[in-house]
Design a protein around this ligand. Structure first.
Ligand SMILES: Nc1nc2c(c(=O)[nH]1)N[C@H]1C(S)=C(S)[C@@H](COP(=O)(O)O)O[C@H]1N2
Ligand SMILES: [Mo]
Length: 513
């Protein structure tokens, strides 16, 4: 076979795969999210990827890890489709078999999801059949064999056009289907009609002095738009207020299932809590602060009657994510929340609409389940949660940490007065002092006290600032460390985020010009 003919077959394979994927996506629109094999396959790939590889991907691509996953899966599919199609013949349909097997794998992925039913496999079957049909047609020689034809009718050109056209059909139906189903199944309208109850116990007012003079950013309260986002959801779960239920079961006297109408007689509380991700590296921005509205988890659990031997609540989200939280952290005076509001708005969909957990003092992966639908009372020696299964620590108290926000790393500044600043946090303990050190070649520099914004509460971060005279031209380094209200000084020991959160001092290099 001529080399160009083989190349052509590879392109036929890619076009056929595009049609298979695109038609599957489009056909899934009326079936709803459970039939979305794109999400199912992605989730299955995530589940099957070994922990260390997953961590490497997260470390390399951080919050773009899902984009990376999508690109990697698409490239893998294209390569397999091209290689197998190169050997497709009428007698030996290698490429068609590959598409068929891929369809089977897609169907298996759909069925492996919690919500997947046999009906949800239909779009995958339709897409697979279309993909095989396209590959058979393109490689049958009926449109052209990809060879230049000396007679001048140029069937090679006809084939190229057919391949291009079908590739376009595949991409268009895939993108169109994805956008269409996102619109169709979005709970954005539902969220618009969500009425936040008025807090029985409003959060204490925020003293403007929480924001140090000369440090406009970061703001004490993070806006919903700027709030960091971390989750394993490949497509944001769309759960309406009608459909939402919270089931409490396991080691309890009696199971309870709450809907929103069952929460009316509970006290509505409002709390400002700084959320932090365990994956946040030293100096990272996976930390934000918001005012949350909701119900005390303690009140919800009390009605079920917790057995004394239960020491963990395994919370589960509608998409299967789980977190294991100490019962104590959910029932003590810190007022862990079933949050339904964020900064006076219903929760944004990507932050857990219509309900999530917010637990002061614990990293998100052991506490802050979004789209939460299930609380199981159990024990740490019996149950494991999503990230603890992957080797992260089963307890996740937040470490005392601090960050330099101004100057930015590598920033140039003119000689003259400047205000440096940043944040420090030690949720549930609170921040007592923040110190900075400017330039210390041998690590011997002198720690100077920073100015502190007013303390709001021990559950929130504290902003600091440090006025400085930039004079000596050249490179400088500013380092920060905090001391919490227990008197513990932020450790200089450098630790990776895995397994229980990063530690070390944050230093930033800048240049006076
Ligand atoms: N359903 C669900 N909830 C989740 C997660 C998730 O992957 N899925 N990630 C947790 C982690 S690791 C963190 S740090 C917080 C982040 O919450 P945010 O996205 O609202 O900032 O959500 C937690 N809740
Ligand atoms: Mo996290």
């Amino acid at each position: 076979m001529a080399r160009s003919a083989k190349d052509m077959r590879m392109l036929c394979g890619i076009a056929a795969a595009a049609v298979a994927l695109g038609v599957t996506q489009l056909a899934a629109v009326p079936f709803g999210p459970a039939a979305d094999s794109r999400t199912s396959v992605g989730s299955a790939v995530i589940d099957l990827t070994p922990g260390p590889v997953k961590e490497l991907a997260i470390r390399l691509f951080s919050t773009a890890d899902k984009l990376f996953l999508a690109v990697a899966v698409l490239i893998a599919i294209a390569v397999i489709a091209a290689l197998t199609a190169a050997y497709e013949t009428r007698r030996r349909p290698v490429g068609s078999i590959a598409i068929g097997l891929a369809g089977l794998a897609g169907a298996a992925a759909v069925l492996s999801r919690a919500e997947g039913t046999l009906l949800d496999v239909i779009p995958t079957v339709i897409g697979t059949v279309c993909g095989i049909a396209v590959l058979r047609l393109l490689t049958s020689g009926r449109i052209g064999d990809g060879q230049e034809d000396p007679t001048g009718t140029d069937p090679g050109r006809r084939l190229s056009l057919a391949v291009l056209g079908l590739l376009g059909v595949g991409v268009a139906s895939g993108v169109g289907g994805a956008l269409w189903s996102r619109r169709l199944h979005s709970v954005a309208d539902d969220r618009q009609t969500f009425v936040l109850p008025r807090p029985t116990i409003p959060a204490p007012p925020i003293n403007p002095a929480v924001q140090p003079a000369g440090l406009p950013k970061p703001t004490f309260i993070t806006s919903n738009a700027d709030f960091y986002r971390i989750d394993t959801a490949l497509s944001v779960p769309q759960l309406s207020q009608q459909e939402w239920r919270l089931k409490i079961h396991g080691m309890v006297d009696h199971e309870i299932t709450y809907g929103f109408q069952d929460l009316h007689d509970l006290e509505v509380i409002e709390k400002v809590v700084t959320l932090t991700c365990v994956s946040n590296p030293v100096g990272g921005d996976l930390i934000s602060n918001a005012t949350w509205t909701g119900y005390r988890v303690r009140d919800l659990l009390a009605k079920a009657g917790i057995h004394p031997q239960a020491d963990m609540v395994l919370s589960t989200s509608i998409d299967g994510f789980t977190a294991g939280t100490p019962v104590e952290a959910l029932t003590d005076g810190r007022d862990a929340l079933l949050a339904i509001g964020m900064n006076g708005q219903p929760l944004p969909i990507e932050h857990g609409y219509p309900a999530r957990l917010v637990v002061p003092g614990l990293y998100g992966y052991v506490s802050a389940t979004k789209w939460v639908v299930d609380l199981e009372l159990t024990r740490f020696d019996r149950a494991k949660a999503y990230w603890t299964r992957l080797g992260w620590s089963e307890r996740g108290p937040i470490k005392t940490e601090s960050r330099v926000d101004v100057p930015r790393s590598g920033q140039d500044m003119a000689a003259g007065p400047v205000t440096f600043g940043g944040v420090a946090w030690a949720q549930t303990r609170g921040i007592r002092t923040v110190e900075v050190r400017i330039d210390s070649p041998a690590g011997q520099g002198i720690w100077q006290p920073a100015q502190l914004g007013a303390s709001y509460s021990n559950d929130t971060w504290r902003l600091w600032s440090f006025p400085w005279q930039a004079s000596t031209p050249g490179q400088h380094t500013i380092t920060v460390r905090a001391t919490d209200n227990t008197g513990a000084v932020q450790t200089a020991d450098i630790a990776d985020p895995v397994p229980d959160g990063a530690s070390g001092w944050h230093g930033v290099d800048f240049t006076v010009t």
